[in-house]
Design a binder for this molecule. Sequence first.
Ligand code: 2P0
Length: 360
Amino acid sequence: MNEQQFISSDFSILSQPLSVGWQSPSNIALIKYWGKTGIQIPKNASLSFTLSQCATDTSIVFSPLSKPTRSVDFVLIFDKKKNTDFRPKMIDFFERISDYCPYLRHYHLEICSSNSFPHSSGIASSASAMSALALCIMELEQHQQPAMSELYFKQKASFLARLGSGSACRSIEGPLVGWGTHPRITNSSDLYGVVHSDSVHPIFASYRDTVLLVDRGQKEVSSTLGHNLMNGHPFSEQRFLQAQDNLAELVTALAEGDVNTFVRIVELEALTLHAMMMTSDPSFVLMKPNTLHIIQAVRVYRKETGIPLCFTLDAGANVHLLYPNENAEKVMDWIENEWASYCQNHQYIHDRVGNGAKKM
Ligand code: 2P0
């Protein structure tokens, strides 16, 4: 597939309003995407677990207009209130996808959205939000072109989501999604995410992710700024090569059920992401003291119990704890007893690996 194949040219505008709705989950990268080129083309391949509890619900009513507008005509209701904060990002998104979805200018869009996780929790919502939006748009496109294949529907949804926010292209399906060309991910592409469908040991199909909300504050570094800091970074080229190697090693570990290698690579990826930000110019320290407390305790806990609990991080202070389902009871007790007090307002979210977005 290349970009041209995602241009919709043969469509007929619906005569009646259409209501659609999708629930899309967040995802957590095991191999991190950090550094991009062109329009949302990743510098290295990434691989993520799709989550299930942390999700965005979006519904759209597409009402046909008597004549097309110059730009997409929309109103956004977020958490039941009219929202203008996200408007600039949405305008950029509609602009970016306009060549691929020219039909959008023939409708008024009433978009209603809400997150299942607490507002301003510090959990990145752009992945779940942009993927839910892209799926709603694809459902309209499918009504206009009923012969569309399921494969095209998902690929284009991921392609559009990527143009909204890179990591969003990994939130359409699950449980493991790769994005970025890589020899070990079958049919991988820089343009959209694909399910990592090769052999994966059952232990990873039911993995748990508990997100410890260490810091609920505003993101200190926007992802756009963060990705840009990789341009001209003295270690970036080496990092991009390392990510490709780490992904290859992780794919083997996933197939073999090798949890020790999984733990080593996943933690290395998280710390490398933060190391890149600490060594960029300007530099950023996004971990908080409690982030480090938790990281150290995870390593001690693993040594003492033999349970393969590990951590990963996004571009912020919150910690994702990853562990097999079979250890869930013990790890959840440990979290409640030891770590709840380190989280802001005692907040943490128990999540698990999921299978992707659902139609509402
Ligand atoms: C990831 N992150 O792979 C990495 C790891 C955060 C840390 O992708 O500029 O919001 O919209 O393409 O996807 C966050 O960046 O960036 C991200 P844009 P995005 O999940």
